[in-house]
Each structure stands twice: as structure tokens, then as C-alpha cells.
Design a binder for this molecule. Sequence first.
Ligand code: ASP
Length: 447
Amino acid sequence: MRKDTLLTALILLGLVAGALVGQFVLYDPDATREALAQSTAGLQTAGDLIFIRPLRMLIIPLVFVSVVSGVCALGEPSKLGLVGGATLLYFAGTTLVAVTLGLAIATAVQPGAGIDISLLENTARQGFAEENVAAKVQSGPGGLGDAFLALVEGMVPSNILKAAVDGNILAIVLFAIFLGVALTLAGKAAQPAVAVIEAFLAGFMKIVGWIMWLAPIGVFLIIAARVGQTGLSNLVGPLGMYILCVVGGLLIQGAVVLPLVLWVFGRTNPYRFLLQMRKVILTAFSTASSSATLPVTIEECRRVGGCSKRAATFVPALGATVNMNGTALYEAVAVLFLFQAFGIELTMAQQMVILVTATLAAVGAPGIPGAGIVTMAIVINAVNSSLTAIAPDSPQLPLWTIGLILGVDRFLDMCRTTLNVFGDCVGARLITRIAPDEPGDTTPMLA
Ligand code: ASP
């Protein structure tokens, strides 16, 4: 068996075994939420130490060297405008399609229509309080304006080392782009620096390869802890229809819309590409974090995905925080679901508010677990404001209703992160067409 196939099989085995152990050994339907959290905490920490932390440890240095090297590989800085513009156009276009799809599905299926909110209110309020969602929402951006101010401020830090320490990926990407352009323009004098960066890139990629061998056991521990905490039974029940809408939408976007885009614009066999990205997909699903998956995304796009060095380094690094098809689609379905469950009818105009705010909230969400549920408050607040703008005494959706969907959010987070990351991979493959490798390109990642 090829090493690659063996590793994928082992990761899959870890995933299935983790789900079985979580459900049949760890989960106890009679135990309280705290008791379950306590009994699975050890496994969670072990999984974090073995797999997620090593990946996260690599993010900042890897993003830095890979973006600098990608920009240098572009050769002429003028090409950066084309590549950057096309990348942003792809991100915006597919995100808008994802939200529209989410809205269409939730409007057609009406997953919230049959919910009796009075029966679930206590659990929802309790979940909302226990998971500290209110505090997270309060400490996060209050509205879209705040969210964007924070995003832009984050992009231009006064201290790049502090930005690195804070794990601010976007700032590092921008800094690396500037440095890449400067090194290119400096020409021969800067060649040694570019060579050093290439050498570091090759080294970091080796480390990613090693960490991937920890994935089977890491995935086993993480999934066992996650399933052990919530059990699989809550995936059916009153929220079953809502889960189906989110997962169905994610599947349509990931298995139909993005493949179609890749086929039409990238002239690539999309399903073969999907298969080539299997390790990325498994890592995104298990970690529920686009950022933690980023090292694997960069390596696999380049190593097996046929992406050029320029595209594989640049697009996923930017996409990990900016491009979130899955989160955008999920926010649209979740917000419509909550309004339906609360008995508030939304007009076309309010759905447009969701379209715009869910797109922007997904852009503003960091690539970490549970980020989408916090930025969803922005969407709800925006719809509430538009309701009162039309009729001052119209009913509002209280934020505690978010507690209704918290129980199933871990699972949906895993699913939406998978689409978020696959969207970045598709972007890298598409951009490869306008920024292909050239004969002189060094290819440290293939070493
Ligand atoms: N966990 C997602 C990601 O990292 C963000 C979200 O919560 O939707 O891509």
C-alpha cells in the first residue's frame, strides 16, 4: 500500500473509531453537560496536544514564508493585482452563491416552522448562558461597522511581531505580500533572502508531513471527546430538519457548485481533485478550524492537487480567514431557522439583509472552532434593526435563541469548516490557471 493511502486509511479509521468510542463508551445520556465535559476533557487535551497544537504552531511561520515565496515566484509585482483581484472575485462570488443557496433551502423547507419554542426555551437559555455566548458576543464586534473596523485594524498592525504573537493571519499575509514585492523589486541584492525563505519553506513542509502521521491518533482523540460530550442522538429530534438543511446545503455547494466552477473555469476534473484533497478534508472536518488546517491545505494543494507554487501558497493563506462558503451558508440557514421557530416572518428585504450581513460576517469570522456562532449575532442584530426600522414595535429575535442550536453546533462546525477549506483548495486550483508554474520555479514543496 502506498504511504499516502495508508495514512488516509488510518485517519479514516481514527475518525470512525473515535465516533464509536465517543458514543458507546464515553457518552452517557443521563449525565449532565458539565459531567460529560469533565469526563472527556482529558481526551480533548490529549488530541489538542498531539495534533492541533503542532499544526497551529506552524501557521504563522508557514504563512509568512509561503506567501513571501509565492509573491516572489510571481516575478512581476504587476501580476499580483490580477491574481489578488481574481482571488477576491472568486471568494466573493462563491460566498454569495452559498448564502443564496442557504436562504433558498431554508425558505423552501421551513425547518423552524414546526418547532414549539416554549418547550425548548429553558434548555436554550441554559445553553446560551453555559457556553458564555453572550459574553463572547459582547466582547466581539457589536455590528458590521465594528467588525470591519476590527478587520482593517488587524490588517495594519503597528507591531508585526505582536500580530504574529496574537496569531493575526491576515496581518502576516499582508506584511508578507509587501515583503515579497519589495524583495522582487530589489532584484539581485535580495536573492539570498529569497533563497533562505525557500529553504525554510521546504523545512516547514517536511514538518507538516511529520505532523500528518500524528493525525490518526489525534483525530481519534478529538472525535471521541467531541462525540462523548454531546452524543449522536441529538442529531435527530426537533433539530433534525435544520441539520439536514445545513448539511444538504453544504453538500450541494461542495459537491455541485464548486465542482462546476472548477470544471468550467479551471478545466479540471473536480471529483478527482476532491479525492486528491482527502487529507485536507479529513483534517478540516476533525479540527473544525480552517487556520489549524492551513499547513495541510498548503502542502496538499501543492503536493498532490496540481496547484502552482504561486497559487498554493497565496490563496489558502488568505482564504483561511476570508473565504468561508460553509460558514456563510450555515449562518443564513441558522438565522432563518431561528426566526421561523420564533414565529417572525421575514420579507424579501430582510432576506437581503441576511444575504449581505451573512456574507460579511463569514468574512469577519476567524478560522477557529465556533467562530460562526458568535458572528451570527451580527446577522441577527442587523435583521432585528431592519424590522424595527419598518415598524418600531415589531417583535425581535432575542439572542438567547442561539442556545437552541448550540447542542448541534459542534457537528455542524466540522461540516462547514470542511466546505470552507475545500473552497480555498478550489480557489488555489483555479488561480493556478492564471498563475501557473514556470520552468524556473523552484519547487521546495515537492522535494
Ligand atoms: N470553524 C470555522 C472555520 O474554522 C469557522 C466557523 O465557526 O464557522 O472555518
